[in-house]
Write a protein that binds this ligand. Structure first.
Ligand SMILES: Cc1cc2nc3c(=O)[nH]c(=O)nc-3n(C[C@H](O)[C@H](O)[C@H](O)COP(=O)(O)OP(=O)(O)OC[C@H]3O[C@@H](n4cnc5c(N)ncnc54)[C@H](O)[C@@H]3O)c2cc1C
Length: 291
């Protein structure tokens, strides 16, 4: 199908883009990589009257070191993030996860910020942003604000972004010392959206007990799902196989509320959630010991 008719603007600065969003409000949509927006327009699930194309705004494309971690511009291509030595070094969880997102052709065009703003519950990057305590810089012609990733996701495909706001930058803090990380997912074919996925970080004290743990799922709820009860079980424990198994079982049984759809039943998603939690927690613990 073809999209409904729309007006097209190609601003060259953030300021110009924000003025267009302020003028057109709910009728306008920013266009980033177009890998989600254009298909939904072609299916007429979205019919914005105005597209504000961000691709000509050079100041939105960057990866740089900030004081306490990395700063990534919203329009940075997913493939650029995947291939960045800086990301590999300072945000290894992101580096490990990028190849799971779609296919190289889509990552060549899709953007880091576009994926976060789109808020697909099956997307990897929103779950990573929550796991890593990312902060999102949001700008409008009214000013700017920072939002913690955990507060950004409100519902299915719904974020805290207002229609006149742009996501401009993402701050990813460094992992604490002695922290390991891991990501894994299960999809029918590599590159498909996952039926379930999980990201974890584990921080160990000198005596080997867990002082910090994050376990966040994708595709088992309407937005990134943090396994709070499983995390609490790990804190203060030496992460033996029995402790990890118990955390994984708790996560799958109590922390998530998956739905059934044509891709997987709720029961199967719970099964995957348990298996994936075991895998990512074990790998994160091994890496924490090695750091
Ligand atoms: C076949 C296929 C398979 C895919 N598989 C996966 C997968 O496995 N995992 C996955 O995570 N993704 C997958 N994707 C989606 C892909 O990662 C998209 O690139 C991503 O979801 C959206 O990024 P984009 O830059 O293309 O954004 P766009 O499609 O341009 O925009 C998406 C939405 O976000 C808004 N938006 C974009 N940028 C901003 C901004 N800076 N500020 C405010 N709002 C903004 C737009 O207005 C729009 O509503 C797949 C896509 C396809 C076509």
């Amino acid at each position: 199908m073809k999209p409904a008719a729309f007006d097209y603007f190609a601003p060259k600065s953030i300021e110009e883009a924000l003025a267009l969003l302020a003028e057109h409000g709910y009728d306008a949509k920013p266009l980033a990589g177009g890998q989600s927006l254009v298909p939904t327009m072609n299916f007429r699930l979205a019919q914005p009257a105005v597209l504000v194309d961000l691709n000509g705004i050079d100041e939105l494309f960057f990866i740089r070191e900030g004081g306490d971690g990395l700063r990534i511009g919203a329009m940075t291509r997913q493939r650029t993030v995947e291939r960045s030595p800086l990301v590999q070094h300072r945000a290894p969880l992101i580096h490990e996860t990028m190849p799971h997102i779609a296919h190289p052709q889509i990552r060549n065009r899709g953007t880091f910020g576009g994926s976060l703003a789109h808020a697909d519950p099956a997307s990897e990057l929103p779950a990573l942003a929550v796991t890593l305590n990312a902060r999102l810089r949001v700008q409008s012609s009214r000013g700017e604000r920072w939002v913690a990733a955990k507060d950004f996701y409100l519902d299915l495909f719904a974020t805290d972004l207002q229609p006149d706001e742009l996501l401009v930058e993402i701050a990813i803090p460094d992992l604490p010392a002695h922290t390991g990380w891991a990501f894994d997912e299960v999809a029918r074919r590599h590159g498909d959206y996952a039926m379930a996925g999980a990201a974890a970080t584990v921080t160990l004290a000198e005596d080997g007990t867990v002082t910090g743990a994050r376990l966040v799922y994708l595709s088992v709820g309407d937005y990134p799902t943090e396994a709070f009860q499983a995390q609490a079980l790990l804190i203060g424990e030496v992460p033996s196989p029995a402790v990890i198994r118990s955390a994984a079982e708790t996560a799958a049984a109590q922390d998530i509320n998956p739905g059934s759809d044509i891709h997987a039943s709720a029961d199967y998603r719970r099964h995957l959630a348990k298996v994936l939690a075991g895998r990512v927690l074990n790998r994160a613990v091994e890496r924490a010991k090695a750091r």
